[in-house]
Design a protein around this ligand. Structure first.
Ligand SMILES: *Cc1c(COP(=O)(O)O)cnc(C)c1O
Length: 412
């Protein structure tokens, strides 16, 4: 209440204008959480001159606060980006990229095994604005190359596809797009900045994607309780296009959600490694079970794209920590959908639910045929079930799978 004596004002006014000085000399492991729609300027000149686009000043909550700026910086450290915007979900990250980089007459290419709602965005929204799309075979770089036309402005990449788990030759895909002058955007939710470096795929700084979109909802949150996404770049011009669209669409995130992600980030490496280790143990065990005809886990020998996974992620570190906690199985075609549903219903620790990256193991049965433009020859006939492995004791999860398998698919 600068310039006003306390007795001049009513209690209601004094509560709103209570002099608050941010704590000087207070340092703690966690950064402070700053909540604001309104940001106060000291004078009109500052209000007129302050710039939000380059983060040199704070102007409005939607344009960033100290809390969102620090989260953006930490995510850049994780994924190797230089600029980042935060959005309310992973899907909003995909939408932000599309709306920033595409215009009528342009075409976007999407891997046939891509995250489904991203395809729905192209079908249901982009198409209305005269932006066309096509689907390419994620395991055949020649197919991608053949589909690029002069109208192709953006190619989405996903390593691996988050339901059927094929791991593409990401380096070759990026090389093809570069040779055609097409922008690449990777859905990096699975890799999370830990399995491989999206902006430095070859480790010598010579090859990387242009844009990395990330559903922070998954591993960065780690709790199954936050929805958030990020769009990261290493090119100021590209970032500015994304940022301007971000601002015009009114995208932003809540300070408390940013706080949750900031709190969870220090343990992301430990969690990712634990999810990975448990998932590989269970995937290998499931390979031995008679009802399962195929295990789709990129780190397992014989899985679709395993060699590409090994080339990109295998060298980064020894042991677990390069393959997330997600995999799928094909249940033998001799079993009915009803039996597969009974298997999923019969699990006690694995809960039925979408998303992944949280502490609780999840299961979802998928109708893979309805999700693809062309039936993938590398998938054995059967019914696909996807598991997200949480942080429970692995032996408890294995026993749960065993009892549900025995009940749903009796031997003989
Ligand atoms: C979950 C997910 C998204 C979308 O994230 P939301 O925050 O749920 O919108 C995008 N891509 C992949 C690969 C995902 O797994």
């Amino acid at each position: 209440m600068v310039g006003m004596k306390e007795h001049d004002t009513d209690l209601a006014t004094r509560i709103v204008h209570h002099d608050y000085v941010p704590p000087a000399g207070f340092v703690a492991p966690q950064p402070g959480v700053y909540k604001a729609s309104t940001v106060i300027f000291p004078n009109v000149a500052a209000m007129r001159s302050r710039e939000w686009k380059d983060k040199s000043g704070y102007t409005y909550g939607l344009h960033g606060t100290p809390t969102t700026f620090i989260l953006e910086e930490r995510l850049c450290a994780l994924e190797g980006g230089l600029q980042c915007v935060l959005v309310p979900s992973g899907l909003a990250a995909i939408a932000n990229v599309a709306l920033a980089l595409l215009q009528p007459g342009d075409e976007v290419l999407i891997p046939d095994n891509a995250y489904g709602p991203g395809k729905d965005l192209a079908n249901g929204e982009l198409a209305r604005f005269g932006i066309t799309h096509g689907f390419y075979d994620p395991l055949d770089p020649a197919d991608l190359a053949a589909r690029i036309t002069p109208a192709t402005r953006l190619v989405w990449l996903e390593a691996p596809g988050s339901v059927s788990m094929e791991f593409p030759d990401l380096c070759e895909q990026v090389r093809i797009c570069r040779a055609h002058g097409v922008t690449t955007a990777l859905d990096n939710t699975w890799g999370a900045g830990l399995a491989f470096a999206p902006f430095d795929l070859t480790g010598d700084g010579s090859l990387g994607v242009d844009v990395s979109a990330h559903a922070l909802t998954k591993y960065p949150s780690g709790g199954g309780d936050v929805l958030m996404g990020s769009v990261m770049t290493r090119d100021p011009g590209l970032h500015m296009k994304i940022k301007l669209t971000h601002m015009r669409l009114g995208l932003g995130v809540g300070a408390n959600d940013a706080e949750f992600v900031l709190r969870a980030l220090p343990s992301i490496g430990l969690r990712y490694r634990a999810h990975d280790e448990a998932a590989r143990t269970l995937a290998r065990w499931l390979q031995q079970q008679p009802a399962i005809v195929q295990v789709l886990h990129p780190a397992l020998e014989g899985a679709p794209g395993h060699a590409h996974w090994k080339a990109l992620c295998g060298a980064r570190q020894v042991g677990a920590g390069q393959a997330a906690g997600l995999f799928s199985v094909m249940i033998d075609a001799r079993y009915t959908q009803k039996q597969v549903d009974a298997f999923c219903d019969g699990l006690r620790l694995f809960k039925l639910g979408y998303s992944w990256g949280g502490p609780m193991s999840l299961v979802v049965p998928y109708n893979i045929a309805s999700m693809r433009s062309r039936p993938p020859a590398h998938l054995k006939p059967g019914t696909l079930v996807r598991f997200s492995i949480g942080l429970e004791a692995v032996e408890d999860l294995r026993r749960d799978l065993q009892q549900a398998l025995e009940h749903a698919f009796p031997a003989g």
